[in-house]
Write a protein that binds this ligand. Structure first.
Ligand SMILES: [Zn+2]
Length: 397
């Protein structure tokens, strides 16, 4: 049995008075967040120790006695803010550790917040109905129920986007028995810019280039924005418009990633991809924008968590030489980035560059020799190659 986590997101339409109540909760959350952060820093400087959650709760009780306005904040929301601060601190300590071990990373001390735009109700304080959700201290908020939820609701969050839209998100858990294997073929996948993905069986997924279509629109509004006076009403309006377009693009991109990953895990029993490729290519600045657009990282994440339930495995392989190796004879030779065809100097094989790479990726996964039913798998190689599969999932296999 595995626990499959899923989120449902709905557009919400709070009334004017509900909006002010929500904004009030967010304002108080921000205050508490910053106060807790300040207190944690002070505590660390004085004692050299972490301000634990226990310390935080004790401190919050005292704060509420001194400043009764904080009693307005829903207790579970307040709890969640304490969690956020303590997580920010844990990340900070993790980075210190990693740097000690020689990793080159910025330390990034936890920062004070100028605003908080989401409230999370970790256990209670909310109750979904058909078209409304009751939220403690706020009231019953209308939302567009475009799809019914399945599973046990764990948490609820309400968020205001930069474009001033409201969304409600429910995190839901389902217990499911994963399929052992879906008996479909195995595949290597080469992620690229020209094509979004090239598969070792010859399938190509074209790059949606969602951003390029809207980029002119974005640029135009950005230009307009710079002509508006700082602090003016028009500038604020243009900012909201800009946020609306970026959010629209992000949603379209996300939609593409969800549909594509869903399709792939249902078409194959194993998908091998190159690890680290994203980090490597990000070093090249010209490519960086396009890569963030195609968001490979999210794609792999989606593949991994959808795979488990579809009886598919997702494995990451070392990207070394995948582009430079002949997929027929194994000869390694240099190939320019501009060359679209791999022409082997030893055996004469000629193949599309990305297709050649994707076949090598599958070979590297140690699985190329197995048959389509997926039962000839060299276990030691398979274990070594698995990095990402199921990282999003709770529970065990
Ligand atoms: Zn060759």
């Amino acid at each position: 049995m595995v626990i499959l986590k899923k989120t449902y997101r709905y557009r919400a339409y709070p009334s004017q008075s509900q909006k002010s109540a929500l904004n009030r909760q967010m304002y108080l959350s921000k205050q508490i967040y910053n106060l807790l952060l300040e207190q944690s820093q002070k505590h660390f400087k004085e004692t050299g120790k972490t301000f634990t959650k226990y310390d935080m709760n004790k401190w919050i009780t005292k704060l509420k006695k001194k400043n009764p306005e904080f009693n307005e904040l829903y207790s579970q929301v307040c709890q969640n803010i304490a969690d956020r601060v303590s997580k920010a601190y844990q990340n900070f300590f993790r980075r210190i550790k990693e740097r000690k071990h020689g990793k080159k990373i910025k330390l990034g001390f936890p920062r004070f917040k100028s605003y908080i735009s989401s409230l999370t109700y970790p256990q209670s304080g909310f109750k979904p109905e058909k078209k409304k959700v009751f939220i403690s201290k706020i009231g019953r908020i209308n939302f567009v129920n475009h799809r019914d939820m399945e599973g046990k609701i764990k948490t609820m969050a309400i968020k205001q986007t930069k474009s001033q839209e409201w969304y409600i998100t429910f995190s839901v858990e389902n217990e499911e028995t994963p399929l052992f294997s879906n008996n479909k073929p195995q595949v290597g996948i080469d992620l690229g810019l020209k094509e979004y993905a090239t598969m070792s069986d010859g399938t190509k997924i074209p790059n949606p280039r969602i951003s390029n279509k809207s980029i002119d629109k974005l640029k135009m509004i950005q230009r307009r924005l710079s002509n508006k006076n700082k602090g003016s009403k028009n500038r604020r309006r243009a900012k909201i418009k800009l946020a609306r377009i970026s959010e629209h693009i992000a949603r379209q991109r996300d939609d593409f990633l969800h549909k594509t990953s869903h399709h792939l895990v249902n078409s194959y029993s194993l998908i091998a991809y190159e690890e680290l490729k994203i980090a490597n290519m990000m070093k090249n600045h010209h490519l960086a924008r396009q890569i963030t657009d195609v968001s490979w990282g999210n794609f792999i994440q989606y593949l991994c968590y959808k795979a488990e339930n579809a009886g598919c495995r997702v494995v990451g392989v070392n990207p070394k030489n995948t582009s430079r190796t002949c997929s027929d004879c194994g000869n390694i030779q240099d190939i320019e980035l501009s060359e679209r065809t791999f022409l082997c100097q030893k055996c004469g094989m000629s193949k599309d560059r990305d297709l050649n790479a994707s076949i090598n990726i599958l070979t590297t996964a140690g699985l190329a020799g197995s048959n389509a039913s997926g039962d000839v798998v060299r276990p030691q190689l398979q274990e070594a190659a698995v990095v990402e599969s199921g990282t999003i999932l709770g529970g065990s296999r």
